[in-house]
Structure formats: structure tokens, C-alpha cells
Design a protein. Sequence first.
Length: 211
Amino acid sequence: MNGRLITLEGIDGSGKSTAIRHIAARLKELLPNRMLLITAEPSDSAAGRILRSEILRGSTEKLSSAQHMEELFLFMADHARHLADTIIPSLEKGAIVLCDRYADSTAAYQGVTLQGIVPDPVQWIREIYRPWNLCPDRTLLFILDPEISLLRIGSRSGREKFERLEFLRRVDENFRRLAELEPERFVTLDAGLEEDDVAESALLSILDILP
């Protein structure tokens, strides 16, 4: 495929959505003839719509083991549909695809919810993905202190069930572990810096892998 898949990862409130808008605007300026797609997970698939509804209500602690497994496989079903319908066709056309959250988010977040249900859940989830997932060309990991992230998202009208301090600390640990496992793919960014500086660093990391 002639395209490039760039994924943005990090805990809630780390600034991915803000950065992706800046990156997209700059890429359009620098590469006006290059197709650009901005997308996100959960996507607009049937599974993605269920997930968006479920994530906005309830507590992760109230779910049974079976419900946690159901949630994991909904994320995987949504990811599979997103790949088939959106990401792969765009890459085949030569597009630069910017994706806000990807399979790494599922491993980091569900790796916390599945703790005690399956052994080493992060690695277990990665192994399920491995045979069929498409590896990004670059993953930008936005690192931010979970306490600061909660301050940033404190003004949101609704608090998602994953937006809890201890939970986000454990998710942050999982993201850092994933970056250590694949240092050639991950680029870590200090999301505590000024938004423009973070976004510009992210842009340079992307330009580095574009022909």
C-alpha cells in the first residue's frame, strides 16, 4: 500500500484531538496533493456506536468478567470493520491516515479492565490482534500526568467511565509498556508542553516517514 497509517494514542485529556487538527491543517499546507483521512476509534460502525453509548455510562468496576470480555470483543469487532471499510481502502489509494486511537488503546485500556480475568491481559490482547491487525507506520504517544489529564477534562459535560485517576494511571503504565516493546514504531511526546509545540513535534515525526 502506498499510504501511511499514523495513530495517536494516550490517556484521556492528553491532547490528541487538538493535535490531530493542527497536524491535518499543516499536512494540507505542506502536501496539498496528498489525500488525507482523519478518523477515530471507536468508529461509526454498529459495534462502535454501542461502545460509545456504553462508555459514557456506568463504572468499569460494576461489570462482570463476561461483560468485560464482551466489551473487549466489541472493540475488536469495531476495529476489524474500521480496517476493512475505511483504513485499508484509504491506504490503498495512497492516503495519509490519521487515526485518533487504534488497537493500542484497546490493549492499554482493556488491559486494565481484564486484570485478574486473563493472565498478562496486555500481551494476551496483542496476541489476539497479531494475525489480522495492520501495524501503523508510526504511533504518536502523548504522555501526560493522569492528574493533569483529569483537570483538563474536568469541564466536560459528561465523564466517561474510564476517566478515573487510578484507572488512568494504570492505563498510562500500559501505554508506556507498549512503547518500550516497539520503540521503532512509537514516538513519545510530552503532552504537558504548549499545544502548538506538541503538535509541531508530532508533525515532524510524521514527516520523517513520508516519502
